[in-house]
Ligand binder design. Structure first.
Ligand code: 6PG
Length: 248
């Protein structure tokens, strides 16, 4: 990790510990706010174990469901019942069983095109936030969950794409994905994802080792540019760690 890097890397043993540590951090964030809580979920396979854990009695009984709102950081532009739909996966695993429907905030992929969906979601986020400009003293989200793809993308912010440089729009359409699944995407932009008390990356498995090595080397990748205005945590398991930083 480069000197002066404000990120914290937390290493855990394996995928089970990854999910449990993430779930404990979600509970801690919820517990730290006695008012309305906003959590921004992520897609891909990495958070599925965490979502399953949040559905277990131990965790779900500790969540004050009525005052927690659930958003999504990026979406594949497919119908809500398509298995690729990120919020659809979270709904199926835990949200639809426990969260009041009004507290689930999906990106509306029934809109005419990804950009129209982006504009609708931007309005929804702004109305939830209560302003059209983000202020540093008032983060939009309590917690933002993130993953990293093999090319260093995070959310649907792919390397070299204009969406990565966007600072005015809150949400943008991405007509073409850079990696599978090759469906159009809708993504929150870096300043909006960063407007949070905690940004938590979950990185597990040997498949992530190559990209994590590049990230930790400080390469200019979208995932490296995603920073919270509060805490930025990279939660990493042993299998994903570069060989020279693994515990023996
Ligand atoms: C998506 C994501 C994306 C994901 C990474 C990691 O819609 O695909 O939100 O940014 O987090 O690609 O995905 P995996 O967890 O499947 O490796």
């Amino acid at each position: 990790m480069a000197a002066g890097d404000p990120r914290e890397v937390i290493t855990v043993a394996d995928p089970a510990a990854l999910a449990q540590t993430a779930a404990d951090r979600v509970l801690a964030r919820i517990g730290a706010n006695s008012g309305r809580v906003a959590i921004c979920l992520t897609g891909g396979s990495s958070p599925k174990k965490l979502y399953q854990l949040l559905a277990t009695e131990t965790y779900r009984s500790q969540i004050p469901w009525g005052r927690v709102h659930w958003f999504i950081g990026d979406e594949r532009f497919v119908p809500a019942d398509n298995p690729l739909h990120n919020m659809g996966v979270a709904r199926q695993i835990f949200l639809d069983r426990f969260a009041p429907p009004a507290n689930i905030h999906p990106i509306p992929t029934g809109a005419a095109d990804p950009d129209a969906a982006a504009r609708l979601y931007e309005r929804e986020l702004q109305s939830f936030y209560g302003a059209e400009a983000l202020g540093p003293a008032k983060p939009l989200f309590d917690m933002v969950l993130m993953g990293v793809g093999p090319d260093g993308h995070t959310a649907s912010l792919f390397p070299g794409y204009p969406a990565v440089e966007e600072t005015r729009r809150w949400v943008v359409g991405v007509p073409q994905a850079h990696v599978e699944p090759f469906v159009p995407r809708v993504t929150l932009t870096l300043p909006v994802l960063g407007s949070c008390r905690e940004m938590l990356f979950e990185i597990g498995g040997a498949d992530k080792r190559a990209i994590l090595t590049r990230v930790l080397d400080g390469e200019n990748l979208p995932a490296n540019r995603a920073r919270s205005t509060g805490e930025t945590i990279w939660l990493v398991d042993q299998a994903a760690l570069p060989a020279n930083s693994r515990e023996r």
